[in-house]
Design a protein around this ligand. Sequence first.
Ligand code: ZN
Length: 298
Amino acid sequence: MAIALAALAPARAQDAGDDRSDQRIPVVASFSILGDFARAVGGARTGVTTLVGTNGDVHVFTPTPADARKVAAARLVIVNGLGLEGWLPRLVQASGGNAAIVVAATGVSLRGSDVNKMLHGKDSSDPHAWQSVANAKIYVANIRDALIAADPAGESVYRDNAANYLVKLDALDREVRQAVARIPPERRKVISAHNAFTYFEAAYGIAFIAPQGVSTDSEASARDIAATITQIRTAKIPAVFLEDLSDPRLTRQIAAEAGARVGGTLYSDSLSDEKGEAPTYIAMVRHNIKTLISALAD
Ligand code: ZN
């Protein structure tokens, strides 16, 4: 017996000695777009995980015990704020951790929308502030400052990474403006049921108009559909982005009868996976503008 125990002891000590756990700063982001910003600023110094994956809905996420463990182990938790992550306070409480939490949207000029209130719950401000690249720069600066506060030894790394990334975002913002400038002004409008683009609209001047009849929540009646078709014709809206509708045939039917084009998929709340068309924030904005241009160009 004694011999057996003695034999175990060194093995344990060795295990402990070999346990070179991940030295990267553990950072948790609430959803994929924030995760991308965090990776851009944190680089190899941080290990970034996201709670809501690329196929999840950040508005109605149900955290698991594994998510609570991620938050408990994190040095920094990055959230959007503006009422987007209503599930977050309970998760933080459940985690029992004392990670610093940074609200990435701090400092953006809020935009409200009644439709957004209807679609996204109680908070009347639109939480999708990242859809303007100028706001994304505010997010990145907030994330940079929070990383420096959480890991002061990495300050120069975070400052360099953020500076490089902010230059890319400036170029991206110019790219979007140049692309929109090529669309005739009277064609800069679309019908879209998911009203996640009020910041994009304010920044770049493409109007996202909610359909009068159909919604994503309920089955559209023949009268709803007729109202939307009339709306599109009257306002001469060139394209419809109604990919959220429960029945995709309905989008094509509305477009055909109203004489509008069916736009492609716009990414609003999530990146695609790595092999998809929007694996990073910059790729997402480029994809969206390309999709809008092909729907709205003459
Ligand atoms: Zn949304």
